[in-house]
Design a protein around this ligand. Sequence first.
Ligand SMILES: NC(=O)c1ccc[n+]([C@@H]2O[C@H](COP(=O)([O-])OP(=O)(O)OC[C@H]3O[C@@H](n4cnc5c(N)ncnc54)[C@H](OP(=O)(O)O)[C@@H]3O)[C@@H](O)[C@H]2O)c1
Length: 425
Amino acid sequence: MKEVIIGFLGCGNVGGGVWNLLENFRKEIAHRNHLSIRVKKVLVRDVSKARSCAVPAELLTTNVEDVVSDPEISIVVEFMGGEQPATEYMLRALNAGKTVVTANKVALALNWHRLQAAAQEKNVGLYYEASVCGAIPIINVLQNSLQANRIGHMMGIINGTTNYILSRMYENGEDYKDVLGDAQRLGLAEPNPAADVEGLDAAYKLSIMASLAFHGRVPFPKVYTEGITRLTAMDISCGKEMGYVLKLLAIAKRDGNTVQVRVHPTFLPDSHPLSSVNGSFNAVYLQGHACQEMMLQGRGAGDMPTASAVVSDILRASTAEIHAHPTFSNTAEADPSLTFDDNWQCQYFLRISVEDRPGVLAKIAGWLAQENVSIAKMLQKGKADNDRVPLIIVTHAAPEKSLRKAIEAFDKDVCTVESVIRVEV
Ligand SMILES: NC(=O)c1ccc[n+]([C@@H]2O[C@H](COP(=O)([O-])OP(=O)(O)OC[C@H]3O[C@@H](n4cnc5c(N)ncnc54)[C@H](OP(=O)(O)O)[C@@H]3O)[C@@H](O)[C@H]2O)c1
């Protein structure tokens, strides 16, 4: 039996889950993997804090050197969160010849090139399955199982907090602010929910996934990001009436060397496989030229689902004869062979407040037609209080910039565009 001595950077939700899983899975790990994993040191901020796991007090430390400079520790497992000091601590561990396993999408998305370079220089491993979609093994699938594919299309629900909020708004017609408050009370949203609801969390993850899927670095700033904070119960109920479900989607598409990477609220037909992924679940739907369509679904967060990915990485790292690295040259900048398209084509859902008189619809159709945007579907709602009525238009696929230009031409005295939501099919 091989003994592997590891150190933790952090011991909160995920760290506690990893400790508990290593403890309660000890026999299976010994039997299946012939490994005995021993945690030697655990870095925390406050050693006196109550913890969700029974880590012995003598293992806790506030001195990072006890973890990253201990020659007995061969694997450092990071779940502190945030860009710094996590990145610097991981670099110190890698430079000291230790393999790193991390659950930290922020540090990875922003500093992947630095971490990768250090790992390759020291011939050690960098493992990050838990950084994207919790228990869903999407990193392993993209890196290994789908190597024989050109991935042309990937769409994911990769943030559980926003999926919980949107699912409740869809099911019960509730308002965004009410559901967010409930999600915070239930511990499903952070007290400061900005990273989730503004789409940043999904954008960090998409930058990692798209880099692997396209075999070229897709830096975080290249991901167009729009959150869910401006969505209304009315948008969702009108979409529902027209057969659509609203999701915060992370979308990556490739056509030749042109790619689009974007995170934004998106209407999907209610028959789409992603439409039935509800609550805090995550899912990734993708298409490769050989594998064709595929969808992976599971728990994207939580102590045990995330620990499942972290512990699997620890086991892989402990038994790997050579550590795998990405197929592309991992630099801070975007891969020079990729062209980023910010004028993607999709359908659009427009909620417009219009004057209730004859001829208005013809005018709107005319303004859209000037930019070659045509109408696919329409829904008119009953009279509103202010003599204006809501009109819903779903366009045929059109370039983003054409749609924006057409809207600029709308006469504000006749109609006001209240919402623009992209539609994917
Ligand atoms: N929570 C999830 O479901 C989930 C899912 C997937 C990925 N992740 C990722 O996993 C990471 C950890 O998430 P979490 O929910 O476990 O966070 P958490 O509960 O806040 O735990 C963070 C831990 O790191 C320690 N820590 C933070 N800053 C430190 C510093 N400067 N020096 C020493 N120790 C420090 C904290 O110490 P104290 O305990 O003493 O405060 C705590 O133990 C994040 O990158 C997150 O994005 C989380």
